[in-house]
Ligand binder design. Structure first.
Ligand SMILES: NC(=O)c1ccc[n+]([C@@H]2O[C@H](COP(=O)([O-])OP(=O)(O)OC[C@H]3O[C@@H](n4cnc5c(N)ncnc54)[C@H](O)[C@@H]3O)[C@@H](O)[C@H]2O)c1
Ligand SMILES: O=c1ccn([C@@H]2O[C@H](COP(=O)(O)OP(=O)(O)O[C@H]3O[C@H](CO)[C@@H](O)[C@H](O)[C@H]3O)[C@@H](O)[C@H]2O)c(=O)[nH]1
Length: 433
């Protein structure tokens, strides 16, 4: 396994659970040191227990010696990062570096499996980069096996995937990789390299499209006094639409959707095509923070000099990942407008303290209420939902709640005397009877 991030480590542990022997290779020696001493360098439920189990069984080991790792393995999974460049295209330097190292150290037949999300045509480049560095001509097959796990649910998704997609040009290599997943019961789709690459991007874009769609409907619900959660339930009951990824809120973030949509848009542009739907999906998302800030200002007036408390920094619950987290955009925008900011997140500040954020950190959720003019919920951590909101209302200067995730109980909060806003939410007198 080359790379020990969310995907590398989870895939390694999944393969260990399926009784395979795995060596994890990473150039980040600090990370390897933590992993070797049984510690996961990021917050991801369930991984630590499996790490302990497989380290002590000897089924999993770690090294920074890529050459040795390559020479000793038959199958090499690439799980390194594929960040965005400023024009939206994908920076393939980490993949290229790995492919060249594989080529230089190849000592026999290898199957190289790319799990990193990379544009159409990347696996063909990987093949070429390996061949260019081989000291002598050796057989190598490249397979595309995109990863569909979600952060916060990584282990569950790896062990219970909806499908496994295997793209290859060589049937023998494809079957070899499919056999690794024999013990996992789900549809296994065998296809071409380019198709597998595009399936990954299309899946992420479709999911982001569902969210932007319901967020746009949410704005119309605000205008007409209709409840967006009821609209989502009503449309989601149609099995052709499905109920998941229809939760309206502050918008999508994270390490994948923003960069993968940018990359897909770039692929369209390279092909001289206009990605109209994708542009709209991104446009709705890019203006969602602004939309919420208007709602906040309509209720609180000018935010200059006011104290606003942010609940949740992570881009979603059960992770400490703050890449493209909406909370960061909200904090920066409110700071620019002259607000004082306090923030609390149950894991982000413990695992990965973001530097340079203009916020006063609270060590407990209850501190965010003290003399606050607004509580802005941006990550729907479970303990926020089950908090004793009733007893803390009096501690706020203005009891305004902006629920950026439509996660709180609007009727209960309204009865406790809070002013509540969630996109497309309607206070139901019936529900409170
Ligand atoms: N995070 C997710 O939920 C997720 C899900 C599906 C797909 N993906 C895709 O998987 C890929 C990896 O994502 P991630 O979140 O695990 O990344 P990450 O940044 O958390 O981890 C990547 C790891 O690769 C290591 N690395 C970089 N260059 C290396 C080299 N030359 N040799 C060995 N190790 C090297 C880095 O040190 C790092 O530990 C990306 O393409 C991403 O788009 C991510
Ligand atoms: O109804 C919803 C569902 C999600 N979100 C937001 O959408 C973003 C992405 O959420 P999610 O998809 O759960 O997280 P990721 O871990 O980024 O996973 C996505 O990106 C991964 C990386 O490519 C893929 O492997 C996964 O299949 C894909 O779901 C987050 O900000 C969520 O808060 C909503 O606003 N409303």
């Amino acid at each position: 396994m080359i790379g020990t991030g969310y995907v590398g480590l989870t895939t390694a542990l999944m393969l260990c659970e399926l009784n395979h022997q795995v060596v994890c290779i990473d150039t980040d020696t600090a990370k390897l040191k933590q992993l070797k001493s049984n510690r996961i360098p990021f917050h991801e439920p369930g991984l630590e227990e499996l790490l302990n189990r497989h380290l002590s069984r000897g089924s999993l080991s770690f090294t920074s010696d890529t050459g040795q790792g390559v020479r000793e393995s038959d199958i090499l999974f690439i799980t390194v990062g594929t960040p965005s460049k400023s024009d939206g295209s994908t920076d393939l330097s980490q993949i290229k570096n790995v492919a060249e190292t594989i080529g230089s150290n190849q000592n026999g037949y290898k199957v190289v499996v790319n799990k990193s999300t990379a544009p159409v045509g990347t696996c063909e480049k990987v093949h070429r980069w390996i061949l260019e560095r081989q000291p002598r001509k050796l057989p190598v097959d490249v397979v595309c096996n995109p990863e569909f796990l979600r952060e916060g649910k990584a282990l569950y998704d790896a062990l219970h995937p909806d499908r496994v997609v295997i793209g290859a040009e060589n049937g023998k290599a494809a079957r070899f990789i499919r056999n690794l997943y024999d013990a996992i019961s789900c549809p296994k789709m065998m296809t071409g390299l380019r198709t597998a690459e595009l399936i990954k991007y299309s899946a992420n874009a479709f999911l982001a499209m569902k969210i932007s769609f319901i967020n746009e409907i949410g704005r119309l619900c605000d205008a007409h006094g209709v409840d967006v959660t009821d609209v989502a339930t009503g449309i989601g009951l149609d099995s052709r639409i499905g109920s998941r990824f229809l939760k309206a809120g502050i918008g999508w973030g994270g390490s994948c959707f923003p960069k993968d949509l940018a990359s897909l848009v770039h692929m369209f542009e390279q092909a001289d095509l206009s990605p109209r739907i994708l542009e709209a999906v991104r446009q709705v998302n890019d203006t969602q923070v602004e939309y919420y800030l208007r709602q906040l200002e309509e209720r609180l007036g000018d935010v200059r000099g006011k104290t606003i408390s942010i609940l949740g920094i992570a881009f979603k619950p059960d992770t400490d990942d703050i890449r493209e987290a909406p909370a960061i955009k909200v904090i920066q925008a409110l700071h620019k407008k002259g607000a004082f900011l306090k923030a609390y997140d149950p894991v982000v500040f413990i695992h990965r303290a973001p530097t340079g954020l203009p916020v006063t950190l609270c060590s407990e959720m209850s501190e965010t209420f003290e003399d606050s003019d607004c509580i802005f919920l941006l990550t729907e951590w479970k303990n926020f939902l089950h908090f004793d909101w009733k007893s803390h209302r009096h501690r706020m200067r203005t009891p305004l709640i902006i629920d950026g995730r439509n996660a709180l109980d609007q009727n209960a909060l309204t009865q406790y005397g809070y002013i509540y806003y969630g996109i497309g939410r309607v206070y139901s007198k019936l529900a409170s009877l």
